[in-house]
Design a protein around this ligand. Structure first.
Ligand SMILES: [Fe+2]
Ligand SMILES: [Fe+2]
Length: 283
């Protein structure tokens, strides 16, 4: 089973398509001295991404100070980081918007779950003054469960077996995934991001979001996503068979300095967050 998964993960052509333009943009943006013109030229090669950048730049969510008509205007007004966030949002929607029947999650619930975790991770990071750039916290939350999408897409029958095993077990869901597949969705997600050549920070979040103690280099970022994911799951957004089998990590809460009272406040803010991201749901 592990070999079968490796075959999918090691071949970029077998993975769900992450558009070449997105991969190129991600690489370009890792260079801090990249020019707006270079980024705009690359983006303009993908009409779908171009359209959603212009649409979202003018949305209430991103609140540009003036009407945006072109990608260059968007880059100049909102900044490269925000545009990167929008590029990934559009690309991820395409991938996450798959029907995850075997995980008891439909595509829309999965997308909503990812967006809530993205927004909540960003808000927690800002509230707790972590100094993590907003777009990084947001994108990390957005991608955290990407491994689930890949597993559900390529191994639906195995997923049904896992689902049945989970029903009569109190073990952590990721342990059961490992027993049946040799990998859990965190490892699968990490390998996909490796194949796509994504940055280290994102790989660590994807591979440790349920096991905070495993995070080594970017514990604050992992903690934000871990807490955000937990709150989204207990609020019933994107709840799935394995959702409640993991506990919230006390060391993660301590690292960020989140009190019980603050946790409660984040939780009660979820309906408002859901409203704030309405425009992102229909990218
Ligand atoms: Fe997960
Ligand atoms: Fe999740």
């Amino acid at each position: 089973m592990k070999e079968q998964i490796d075959q999918v993960l090691n071949d970029i052509n077998k993975l769900p398509p992450m558009s070449n333009v997105v991969l190129k943009i991600m690489t370009l943006l890792q260079n801090p001295s990249v020019s707006i013109q270079e980024v705009a030229n690359e983006i303009s090669k993908d009409p779908v991404i171009t359209a959603s950048i212009i649409k979202l730049s003018n949305s209430a969510y991103y609140r540009a100070s003036k009407p945006i008509r072109t990608v260059s205007e968007s880059l100049m007004t909102l900044g490269i980081k925000t545009v990167k966030e929008i590029v990934l949002l559009t690309a991820t929607k395409k991938i996450l918007n798959k029907d995850l029947t075997s995980y008891q999650l439909d595509a829309e619930a999965m997308w909503l779950h990812s967006l809530i975790v993205a927004e909540l991770s960003a808000r927690i990071s800002i509230a707790k003054k972590t100094n993590i750039p907003r777009d990084l916290a947001f994108t990390s939350g957005l991608l955290h469960d990407i491994g689930k999408v890949i597993l559900a897409q390529f191994f639906p029958m195995k997923m049904i077996e896992i689902k049945n095993a989970v029903k009569d077990s109190f073990r952590a869901f990721t342990d059961i995934e490992k027993e049946f597949l040799g990998y859990d969705h965190q490892e699968v997600g990490r390998k996909a991001l490796e194949t796509w050549n994504f940055p280290e920070e994102l790989k660590e979040v994807v591979s440790c979001h349920h096991n905070f103690d495993d995070s080594k280099k970017f514990p604050k970022l992992v903690a934000c996503v871990h807490v955000a994911n937990h709150l989204a799951v207990i609020s019933g957004i994107g709840i799935d068979i394995g959702g409640l089998s993991h506990e919230i990590s006390k060391p993660a809460l301590d690292l960020l300095g989140i009190t019980d009272q603050e946790l409660e406040i984040y939780f009660t803010n979820i309906p408002e967050i859901q409203k704030a991201i309405t425009e992102l749901v229909s990218v």
